[in-house]
Design a binder for this molecule. Structure first.
Ligand code: SF4
Length: 246
């Protein structure tokens, strides 16, 4: 049944994927949004579906003002509340004291430590007790995401991770947003295709990979922020989904 759902999702219309997930999985389902293009499409779909799914975001303290503005606009447009998980202030204070306000440029370790404090640890709180985690991952966003399934058991958080827009292309998401008047971040039009924290995101040139603007000073193969990787630092590989879907 669980594997059947994972196989069923790509055959459904996008809004029906959300309803199928909600029908198959008991307990709390959390959608973590960073207000990127795919996440905005998912927000629209979740609102349209009427499914009981909680909205959460990681307010790292280094987001673009445009992202905060879109957050407010999105809540007003859809009549939803996106719960913010902020980093522990003591951890941020210690990090800045030890590394400097922009210490993440100094080394991969310093960058990962910042991402851990500002994203990974708050994500753990956002997902605590949840049975499902919806993300806006698309398979074509990077080589590391190609083999991601629509649904997978995530042992790290003890839940089922669901990627209902996995087979969308960026153009699909853009077309959906345009057709449904979904609010999107104005930074996209200025070349910021994948938007994260302001100091770690730049615009990309035409023809550059979508995620080339994230942590651009690092090795291409090390560009995940830790939200979709396991404790060993590798991208979480798909596992068969077993018991979580009745
Ligand atoms: S993306 Fe940059 S600023 Fe944001 S948490 Fe990671 S290292 Fe820190």
């Amino acid at each position: 049944m669980t594997i059947a759902l994972a196989q069923q999702l790509p055959g459904l219309a996008p809004v029906e994927r959300i309803r199928a997930i909600r029908a198959a999985l008991g307990g709390e389902i959390v959608f973590t949004t960073s207000f990127g293009l795919e996440d905005q499409v998912l927000t629209h779909l979740i609102a349209e579906s009427g499914a009981d799914i909680a909205f959460a975001t990681l307010d790292t303290g280094r987001l673009f003002p445009e992202t905060h503005a879109l957050w407010a606009e999105t809540e007003a447009r859809y009549g939803i509340k996106v719960f913010a998980y902020a980093p522990r202030h003591e951890a941020v204070e210690d990090y800045v004291a030890g590394n400097g306000i922009n210490g993440f440029y100094a080394s991969l370790e310093a960058r990962k430590a910042c991402c851990h404090i500002r994203k990974v640890e708050p994500l753990g709180r956002a997902l605590k007790g949840a049975s499902g985690w919806i993300t806006g991952l698309r398979a074509d966003q990077s080589a590391a995401r190609h083999d991601t399934p629509f649904a997978e058991e995530n042992a790290q958080y003890g839940l089922v991770k669901l990627n209902p827009l996995l087979d969308f292309t960026r153009d699909d998401a853009l077309a959906f947003a345009k057709a449904h008047d979904v609010p999107i971040n104005p930074l996209h039009e200025r070349g910021f295709l994948s938007i994260g924290c302001a100091p770690c995101t730049r615009a990309v040139e035409p023809g550059e990979p979508e995620r080339a603007g994230r942590w651009w000073w690092e090795d291409e193969t090390k560009k995940e922020c830790g939200l979709h990787v396991g404790p060993d630092g590798r991208f979480v590989r798909p596992e068969p989904v077993k018991e979580a879907f009745a």
